[in-house]
Design a protein around this ligand. Structure first.
Ligand code: SF4
Length: 355
């Protein structure tokens, strides 16, 4: 943090943040002025304390099942994994009804309380029909596991039907609040439609989860768009059912039009997570599988026990030899509970389910 006056400003904001949510101007000030390790450590210390005070010491877990629909978006989003692997979000990737039922029951037996059910954006009437069908199966398999849908193959008016089916929440990721950047990076999608789905989901009483992607669309040497990140966070302030915030750094996908773009800054990602915690005191913030995320105020681990077709078992840890279990047909589960919860356990947090 450069200069005594600036440090004082940051200290004043962080002191206040211990008890009260920060304002838009204060969030922007933190993004701009926290520019070294001392500033970061202070920001993390306060974000950790707010997490402890407001949501407690327990780390929540979320499972993952994919895919329930293919993606027909054309052209694909310019950073999508579809560029690297043509099978991803293709028909090869889609679980049958029976496989989806087995996947749900498996996660229920594991004791998970919530699961993200993912898929590509399958446009048109067929996509809507398939989404309702697959969600009826998933919800019918277990009423004790809250289902969060991420495929966005439906329309704003459909969210009431999703609620009736028993869906708990909707993840209709914007990843940026900058409409120009969204259109440039995701030319096959409709920014306004996504916003309307989020708005309608909130009205329907569905939970809202959304992701900010740090570095998305930024070029080499370009200043970080702090104003956009703050806009993103405060856009979601209006929704009473906002339940989950995710902050991830952009990772260039090999073979995609963005493969030579700079990866998102990890330093800025941590700052954004911590600042999100100072705004959203008791919303779940993902990233609690890493030491850094835990220090930044995260309290949720996503992608626990990911279940997918065998060609894409992910959620495997970078160092651990994660166990992969075949469940049914070509569907596998990565048994990653130990490794994704280890940091939290060793740092003294309680984990929602034991391992
Ligand atoms: S909607 Fe999702 S799966 Fe489809 S192209 Fe975009 S990022 Fe890829």
């Amino acid at each position: 943090m450069g200069g005594d006056g600036l440090m004082r400003d940051v200290h004043v904001i962080l002191k206040k943040a211990l008890n009260d949510e920060i304002s838009k101007d204060e969030a922007l000030m933190l993004f701009r002025k926290v520019q070294d390790r001392d500033g970061l450590l202070e920001l993390l210390r306060i974000a950790s304390k707010v997490r402890d005070d407001e949501v407690g010491n327990e780390i929540k877990l979320m499972g993952f099942i994919a895919s329930i629909t293919p993606c027909t978006v054309d052209p694909p989003c310019r950073y999508c994994f579809r560029w690297a692997n043509k099978k991803l979000f293709n028909w090869d990737d889609v679980l049958t009804d029976e496989e989806l039922t087995v996947a749900m029951k498996t996660l229920l037996e594991k004791g998970l309380k919530r699961v993200e059910v993912g898929g590509g954006t399958y446009l048109g009437e067929e996509g809507r029909k398939m989404t309702f069908h697959k969600l009826s199966i998933a919800c019918g398999a277990s009423r004790d596991v809250g289902i969060w849908i991420t495929n966005v193959s439906f329309l704003p008016e459909d969210v009431y039907r999703l609620k009736d089916i028993g869906v708990e929440g909707v993840t209709c990721n914007l990843e940026t609040i900058n409409e120009e950047a969204f259109r440039r990076l995701r030319p096959g999608l409709d920014f306004d439609l996504r916003k309307r789905i989020i708005e309608e989901s909130d009205k329907a009483g569905l939970g809202i989860d959304n992701t900010l992607m740090i570095g998305l669309g930024e070029d080499w040497g370009q200043p970080h768009p702090y104003e956009d990140w703050v806009e993103f966070f405060f856009y979601f302030k209006r929704f009473k059912n906002l339940r989950i915030i995710e902050v991830h750094p952009f990772r260039p996908t090999w073979g995609s039009p963005t493969q030579d773009m700079p990866p998102g800054s990890e330093f800025e990602t941590l700052k954004a997570m911590a600042i999100a915690r100072l705004i959203y005191r008791n919303v779940d913030i993902s990233g609690a599988h890493t030491v850094q995320g835990l220090l930044a105020g995260a309290n949720l681990i996503m992608h626990v026990y990911p279940i997918t077709k065998s060609f894409r078992p992910w959620g495997k840890h970078g160092i651990f030899a994660s166990k992969i279990e075949r469940l049914v047909g070509d569907v596998v589960m990565v048994d990653n509970l130990f490794e994704v919860t280890r940091n939290a356990r060793e740092m003294g947090f309680e984990i929602e389910i034991g391992c």
